[in-house]
Design a protein around this ligand. Structure first.
Ligand SMILES: [Zn+2]
Length: 246
């Protein structure tokens, strides 16, 4: 039996039996971990808040063979701002579903954790739109998990000085104005510049760009199509977010 001290974000919680909880935690050092929290749901449990969904917590975890148990937990951040806004909360739920599908298990996942925390802070602040935050999250998580689109040059003629490109969502590549065809989605120059910025800028700067509302709408649409087509999955939490957003 060994003891680990770690910090992580609770991205899934399930009730087990009367009083126990099973949580999935996104940690920087060990990626996704599933752990039991014995007695978490007892009335006076000190661990209840810190092992709730979307709590970022210091955790003391015991490992015994393949089983992990949370011995004690203390919240560092509960993202209170999310809990007052059902659309923000449901978008955070979609981020969790993407993480459950794409984040590594028992392997370092620091960049996934930082990206997610940044998005949750931004959602709470309400300064950037949800569509903007969602687009950055989708493109960055695609990049981290091996679905990085190639936005450097035309996939056919290798031209790098690109304008009015066509984006091939299935293959994650772009075509210049001369090489694109009707099966590609036409991107405005500002949407293409935003995608390049998100994909190639360092993670801290990924959110620091401006885009007008119309382009933001297209960026959000493309990012969503891209992650769905690359991961070949439909996300229930995304459908729920869309209902709540309207
Ligand atoms: Zn070309």
């Amino acid at each position: 039996m060994s003891l680990n001290n770690t910090t992580g974000l609770i991205i899934k919680e399930q009730k087990v039996g009367e009083n126990d909880r099973l949580v999935t935690i996104l940690t920087a050092d060990l990626g996704l971990i599933r752990a039991f929290v014995p007695g978490a749901l007892k009335l006076k449990s000190k661990n209840i808040a810190a092992t709730s969904l979307l709590s970022f917590s210091d955790l003391e975890i015991y490992q015994s063979r393949d089983t992990y148990k949370v011995n004690s937990a203390r919240s560092k951040e509960i993202f209170f701002g999310l809990r007052n806004d059902i659309a923000s909360l449901s978008l955070a739920g979609y981020f969790c579903e993407l993480l459950l599908n794409l984040a590594p298990v028992f392997e370092p996942a620091e960049e996934y954790l930082k990206l997610t925390l940044n998005c949750l802070y931004l959602l709470c602040e309400n300064k950037k739109s949800k569509e903007f935050i969602k687009a950055v999250f989708e493109l960055k998580i695609a990049k981290f998990s091996g679905y990085c689109p190639d936005l450097i040059a035309c996939a056919k003629c290798k031209e790098e000085n690109l304008e009015n490109v066509g984006f091939d969502v299935l293959n994650g590549v772009v075509f210049c104005e001369k090489c694109k065809n009707d099966s590609h989605i036409s991107l405005t120059n500002s949407v293409f510049a935003a995608m390049r910025h998100i994909i190639y800028s360092d993670n801290k700067k990924a959110f620091s760009f401006k885009i007008n509302e119309q382009s933001e709408h297209l960026l959000a649409e493309i990012s969503e199509k891209f992650i769905i087509s690359q991961t070949e999955k439909n996300y229930k939490t995304l459908d729920f977010y869309k209902q709540m957003r309207n």
